[in-house]
Write a new protein. Structure first.
Length: 69
């Protein structure tokens, strides 16, 4: 996607209120990937490292959810 479209979208949304549910609905329509790293350290010694990865995507009849274990 070009940056011109991103700038147009940003300008269009700048003057209007957007509800959190609208943002979640738009994200879940196409899916979203969340990633993050957390490192706790003391004196440059890493004590705890947590890598977070999550994929959130819609479930429909064409792509059913996997069975729960």
């Amino acid at each position: 996607m070009s940056t011109a479209l991103d700038e147009e979208d940003a300008r269009a949304l700048a003057g209007r209120d957007v509800a959190l549910i609208d943002i979640l609905d738009r994200l879940l329509q196409g899916g979203v990937v969340l990633a993050g790293d957390l490192v706790l350290s003391i004196a440059d010694v890493d004590l705890v490292r947590i890598d977070l990865r999550a994929v959130i995507a819609p479930v429909d009849a064409a792509h059913p959810a996997p069975p729960l274990l």
